[in-house]
Design a protein around this ligand. Sequence first.
Ligand code: NDP
Length: 302
Amino acid sequence: MSAQIISGTEIATQLRTDLAREVAALADEGLVPGLATVLVGEDPASRAYVGMKNRAAAEVGIHSRQIDLPRDIDEEELLGRVEGLAADPAIHGILVQLPLPDPIDEARILAAIPPGKDVDGFHPVNVGRLSQGAHDVLAPCTPRGIVEMLVRSGHDPAGREVVIVGRSNIVGRPMASLLLRRGAGGDATVTVAHSRTPDLGAVTRRADIVIVAVGRPGTLTADMVKPGAVVIDVGVNRVDDPSTEKGYRLTGDVDFEAVRAVAGAITPVPGGVGPMTIATLLSNTVQAARSLREAGRNGTSR
Ligand code: NDP
């Protein structure tokens, strides 16, 4: 048996096409969703990510603004810039690219983003509401993109046994909250494993769907997968490869070739979860623009 390959690239393209249509309809109503990205310092990987996000936003018609700030920016000044964006009515989504350089207090900067503009879904209010099961909440992009990918590829998690490997605030924990919600995209039976889980294989072998977000190649091997299971590989790891021009290649956390022979469906790296994360950021920005307009009409704000 060879698994179905779930192409995040293809599903993200569908999602972006749908979004472009939605953004055009909103523009006709006089609402142009706006996304601001804040990049502090010159880290090449962060610069590349922010560039991709802005290009993707522009392609679907979202107004995007990139704010580049020097590495040695004073924390108060950075806070002032974020507060300025928080008050700007043309901006509906604010993304501060992490990690921020030392000694800036990341939590303090993120807390200055109003929950309604928190398109990364990291604000404690959004994290709390998501874990309470709210649906009208901005949820972190990677796990939300994974839910979308599962549903759109015919693997609705409802009623399925899902094992998540990794308990980070960016992937594992919000992934569990999303899958536990009642209703669309949720209703799964969820287990979260981590580095202190004694026999990881015994846990993952129970799963109809395994989601691996660890950051170590070869974490999930073929013997750890139930035949026919769906395998979602979140990991992005650089491994040396002198045969490539750059001297390295990207690989996930899953032993792809061997697991592919056992699984029912599997995501590749690259071309799996990554494109979904960016498409979901755009989707969150559109959701934020709609909600802020609604809150403005009702005279409420969140
Ligand atoms: P973190 O380092 O924050 O978390 C890793 C998690 O894996 C931790 O919970 C850790 O457990 C667990 N872990 C480590 N070793 C083992 C092990 N041997 N067995 C079981 N669990 C283990 O990573 P992130 O969640 O931020 O990212 C994970 C991966 O996903 C990275 O490769 C990252 O690059 C990638 N990623 C990809 C994205 C995309 O869009 N494609 C987006 C975000 C991340 P413990 O808590 O006990 O330490």
